[in-house]
Design a protein around this ligand. Structure first.
Ligand code: ZN
Length: 73
């Protein structure tokens, strides 16, 4: 899934962005968040690459947005 296809932040409607940082060992840490920090999901452990990190964070973000949207109804 492309970043532009991710569900928007339920609070402000902006596209979420990846905030990923590789450490000196090459492991990637970080999360996926609203640019205004309304919501964010984080990796629960380091990922082996940026692509793997994005793959793990995407369903977490989708789940979070669904949960928030349902609770708002
Ligand atoms: Zn937001």
């Amino acid at each position: 899934m492309k970043q532009s296809e991710l569900p928007r932040c339920p609070e402000c409607g902006n596209m979420p962005e990846f905030a990923l940082k590789p450490n000196h060992m090459g492991w990637v840490w970080g999360g996926l968040k609203c640019p205004y920090d309304h919501y964010r999901v984080n990796l629960n452990g380091p990922a082996g690459s940026r692509a793997q990190a994005e793959k793990r964070l995407t369903p977490q973000w989708i789940e979070l947005v669904e949960k928030v949207t349902l609770e708002a109804q």
